[in-house]
Write a protein that binds this ligand. Structure first.
Ligand code: FCX
Length: 441
C-alpha cells in the first residue's frame, strides 16, 4: 500500500495544518442559530461536526470529495467488461480526495483480496449463529469480534504517539473493508444456503466480482450491479446514524472494528438501512394482495397503489423508501439505480411497480402533509434490482448496505484521526433546564 501511504502522508498533514490555521483565524465565528426545536428535533440543521469525505446538498444529493455520483459513474475506473464504477476507486477517492488511476484502483483491489482472511474465532462464531438471528445482528457481532485483530488498539495499548493514530486507523480500516464481504457471504450462505460455500477470493478480481462470487452469483449484470451498489451506498456525509455512530464511537479512540460494529447496529434500524428490507417487504405484501402468484401485475393500477399507500399511512406507518432527513429532491442514488433498471431490466414487472410508485407516492405524501420530503431515497429501488438477479432474501439486503457503508465512514475516521479531532461530547439539557434558559434569555 506504499503509494497510498505516500499520498496520504502528503495530503493529511497539510490538511491538518490548514485546519489549524483556519481555526486560529476563525475559531470564534458563529455557524448559525440554535433553537429549542433543534434540541428536541434530532439536531436537524445544526452544523455541529466536520466530515471531510462527503457533503450532502438537500437538492443535489451527495458529493464524494466534491464529485457527484453521476460524475463518478463516468470517471472512476470500471471492472473488466463492466459499465459501473469500482468500489476500490471510490475508496481511494474518499481517502485521498483524488480521483484514482486504474493502477491505483487495481492496487487497492489486490490489497483487499490479500487482507480478506478471517481469524478462526470469527469463522467459528459466524458458523455458530442460529439461522434465526437477523443477518445484521450477525454482521455487527462479527465485526465487533474482529477487535482481536486491531492494530490500532494494540499500538494504543503500547503507547503509540497521537501523530500515528491515522495510520493505524487506516490499517484497521482497510483490513475491515477487506473482510466485510467475506463475513457477509458467510452469513448469506449459512442463513439461506445451508452453509455451502461456493466462490473464493481471486486476487486478480475486484471487490464487487469477488463478493458476487462468494455470495454464489456469476451473472455479469449482477456483478456490475454490486459494484454500483457498493459505490452509491458508501457515504452520505457525517450526520446520518451510521456515519455519526462511527465518528462518535471512534472519537473515544475505540478502534475501527468497535466503531463500525456500533454503526452497523444503527444501520440495522428501519428508519435507516433496514428500509431496503422494509421496502421489499411492503412491495411483496402489496403484490400478494393484488393477485395470486405472478398474476398481480394484471391488477396493478394507480388507484390500487394509491389505496395501499393511504392504508399504510392511515395505520400510522411510514412509506419505506420515501422521505429523508436532509434531502428535498429525488435521491440521486435512486436515480442511478433507476437508470440501471432502464438499461438492464426495462420490462421487469417489479421495475414497473417501483416506477408507478414514483408517480403516485410523492403527491400522496404531499397531501398527507407530514413528510418534509415526499421523494424516494436510495432504499426505494435497490431491492427489486437484487430480486431481478435472484438475490431474493430481503433480510439480507441491509448487510449489503453494511458492506458498502464502511467504504465511506472508515476513510472519514482516518481523516478525523489525522486532524486530531477530540472526544465528541455535545451538551445536553433537560426540559426544566431549557425552560429556565429561555426564561432568563
Ligand atoms: N411516510 C410517512 N410519513 C413520513 C415519511 C414517510 N416516508 N417520511 C417522513 N414522514 C413523517 C415522519 O414520520 C414525521 O412524522 P411525525 O411528525 O408524526 O413524527 C413527519 O413526516 C416529519 O418527518 P420529516 O421531518 O419529513 O422526516 P425525518 O427527518 O423525521 O425522518 C426519515 C426521515 C427518512 C426517517 C423518514 O422520511 C422516514 O421514516 N422514511 C421512511 C423510512 C426510510 O425510507 N428510511 C431510509 C432513509 C435513508 F435513505 C437511509 O438512511 O437509508
Amino acid at each position: 500500500l506504499e503509494p497510498l501511504y505516500d499520498r496520504l502522508h502528503e495530503i493529511l498533514p497539510k490538511h491538518a495544518q490548514d485546519v489549524k490555521e483556519f481555526r486560529a483565524a476563525h475559531g470564534g465565528d458563529t455557524l448559525g442559530i440554535l433553537t429549542v426545536d433543534m434540541a428536541y428535533g434530532g439536531m436537524r440543521g445544526i452544523k455541529g461536526m466536520v466530515t471531510e469525505t462527503s457533503v450532502l446538498d438537500a437538492d443535489e444529493g451527495i458529493r464524494y470529495q466534491g464529485h457527484t455520483l453521476m460524475e463518478l459513474q463516468e470517471t472512476l475506473p470500471r471492472g473488466p467488461g463492466g459499465q459501473e464504477p469500482l468500489a476500490e476507486g471510490a475508496l481511494w477517492l474518499l481517502l485521498t480526495g483524488e480521483l484514482p488511476t486504474q493502477e491505483q484502483t487495481t492496487l487497492l483491489s489486490k490489497e483487499l483480496a490479500r487482507r480478506a482472511e478471517l481469524p478462526h474465532h470469527v469463522v467459528q462464531m459466524i458458523n455458530n449463529f442460529p439461522a434465526e438471528l437477523h443477518p445484521m445482528a450477525q454482521l455487527s457481532a462479527a465485526t465487533t469480534a474482529l477487535h482481536s485483530e486491531s492494530k490500532f488498539a494494540k499500538a494504543y495499548a503500547s503507547g503509540v504517539p497521537k501523530s500515528k493514530y491515522w495510520e493505524l486507523t487506516l490499517e484497521d480500516s482497510i483490513d475491515l473493508i477487506a473482510k466485510l464481504p467475506v463475513i457477509a457471504s458467510m452469513i448469506y450462505r449459512n442463513v439461506f444456503h445451508d452453509g455451502r460455500t461456493v466462490g473464493t477470493i481471486d486476487p486478480d478480481k475486484d471487490m464487487g466480482a469477488n463478493f458476487a462470487s462468494m455470495l454464489g452469483f456469476s451473472d455479469e449484470g449482477f456483478i456490475d450491479l454490486l459494484r454500483l451498489y457498493l459505490v452509491i451506498h458508501a457515504d452520505h456525509e457525517g450526520g446520518n446514524v451510521s456515519a455519526h455512530t462511527t465518528h462518535l464511537v471512534g472519537s473515544a479512540l475505540s478502534d475501527p472494528y468497535l466503531a463500525y460494529g456500533a454503526a452497523l447496529n444503527g444501520l440495522a434500524g428501519p428508519l435507516h438501512g433496514l428500509a431496503n428490507q422494509e421496502v421489499l417487504s411492503w412491495l411483496t405484501k402489496f403484490k400478494t394482495r393484488l393477485g395470486e402468484g405472478d398474476d398481480w401485475h394484471a391488477n396493478l393500477t394507480k388507484q390500487r397503489i394509491s389505496d395501499e399507500v393511504w392504508n399504510t399511512l392511515n395505520s400510522g406507518q411510514v412509506i419505506p423508501g420515501y422521505g429523508h432527513a436532509v434531502l428535498r429532491k429525488t435521491d440521486p442514488r435512486y436515480t442511478c439505480q433507476r437508470d440501471f433498471a432502464l438499461k438492464h431490466l426495462p420490462d421487469s414487472d417489479d421495475f414497473k411497480l417501483v416506477s408507478m410508485l414514483y408517480e403516485v407516492v410523492p403527491d400522496i405524501l404531499l397531501e398527507h402533509g407530514k413528510s418534509k420530503n415526499p421523494w424516494p431515497n436510495v432504499d426505494a429501488h435497490s431491492g427489486i434490482l437484487l430480486q431481478h438477479y435472484g438475490l431474493t432474501e430481503m433480510n439480507f439486503y441491509t448487510v449489503l448496505f453494511g458492506v458498502s457503508r464502511a467504504i465511506g465512514v472508515l476513510p472519514s475516521l482516518v481523516w478525523s484521526r489525522s486532524m486530531g479531532l477530540p472526544l465528541e461530547r455535545p451538551k445536553s439539557m433537560s426540559t426544566p433546564g431549557l425552560k429556565a434558559f429561555v426564561a432568563a434569555a
